[in-house]
Design a protein around this ligand. Sequence first.
Ligand code: BJ8
Length: 382
Amino acid sequence: MELKKELPEIFEEFADARKHSFLAIKELKEEGIPVVGVFCTYLPREIPHAMGASVVGLCSVTDETIPDAEKDLPRNLCPLIKSSYGFAKTDKCPFFYFSDLIVGETTCDGKKKMYEMLAEFKPVHVIELPNCQTETGIGLYRQELIRFKEVLETKFGTVITEDAIRCQIHNRNQILAALNRLQYVMALDPAPALGLDIVNIVYGTGFKMKIDTLAEEVNAITDKIEAEYARGRNIGKRARILVTGSPSGGAALKVVRAIEDNGGVVVCFENCSGMKPLDPIDEDNPDVYDALARKYLNIGCSCMSPNPRRMELLDRLIDDFHVDGVVDLVLQACHTYNVETSLVRRLVKEKKGLPYTVVETDYSQADVGQLNTRMAAFIEML
Ligand code: BJ8
C-alpha cells in the first residue's frame, strides 16, 4: 500500500509551502520585517536571520518567464539563470518583488554575469565566493561574510551580533539534522515513499517563513513515516536510483517523474535540493565567521575547482542508500556540471560498478516523452 495514500496531509502541507509563503511574505512586509532574497546554497542564511530578516529563495524553476529573459540574455544559457532573471524583470514572482536586497554569489559564469544585469533594476549585493576549498579560500570567504554582515547592517540600520548568529547556527544545525534524518528514511528497502514526495517536503522547507519550529515539524513527519513503515506500509520493490547534478526542482522534476512512472524510485538526491548542503556547522568554533566559512565553502558544487567533496559524498550515498543506478541531471548550458559528468561516470561505473546515465534537459516539457522512453530503458537494464 502506498504511504502517500495513507498520509496525504504530510505530503501536501509542505508541497503547498511555496504558495502559502507568497501570502506570508506580504504579511511580513506589512509588519516591516526586512526580506532578503538569495540564490545559492553557499549563502549562510544565519547572517540575515540573525537580524530578524526573512530569507527567501530566488532560484526560479519554470519556463514561464524565459521568453522575457531572452530579450536580454542569450538563448544558449542555463534555464535556471534565464528563468530567475525573467521573474525579476517581470516582477511576476512575489519573492523578487518583496526582496529589499538580493544576494548573489560568484558561482558559475552565467550567474555572475546575470547579477550584473539584475543590479541595473534591483538592489543586488554579490558575495565573492572563492572557487577553491583551501585554507586561503576559507580565509577569503570569512572576510566576505563579514563584509556581507556590514552591508546588511548599513542597509537596514541594525547591528548583527555574534551571539545572534550563534543562536541561528544552533537552530540551523537542528534543521540540517532533521532534513538528514528525513532523507535517510529512503535508505530503507523497500522504500517507504516516492522520491518525489520526499523532495517536495525538503523543497517546501526552504519556503517556510517560521524557522524556529521547522526542525520539530520535519522530525514529526519522519516519525510518522517511520511508524507507518513499521506497520508494513511501503512502495514495494523498485529499482533504486540516485539523482545527482544541477538543481532538479520545479520543471526539472520531470526527470524524477519519468524515473518513478517507469518502475524506479529516487531514493537519494545528491544535489542542492537533497543531501549536498547538510553537513553541520561547528558550534564549538569560537569564531562564528570562520565556522560559517568552513561549513559553506565545503559544499561540493561543480563551481569548485577541484571539487572532490562531490565525489566523496556520492561514493558514500551510493552505499548508504543501496543504489542500483545513477542518473546525472544536467541543465542545458550548465558547463560545470556537464564537464563533471565524466568524473561521475568514472566513479559510478568503474569504482562502484553500477549503471550510469546523463540526462541533459531544460525547463520545457517538450522532452517528457523522450525522457520516459530513456528512463524506462535504463530501469529495465538494472
Ligand atoms: S551550490 S548547484 S545552488 S551554484 S545556475 S551551476 S545549473 S549553469 S545552480 Fe547552484 Fe549554488 Fe552550486 Fe547549488 Fe549550472 Fe545553471 Fe550555474 Fe546552476
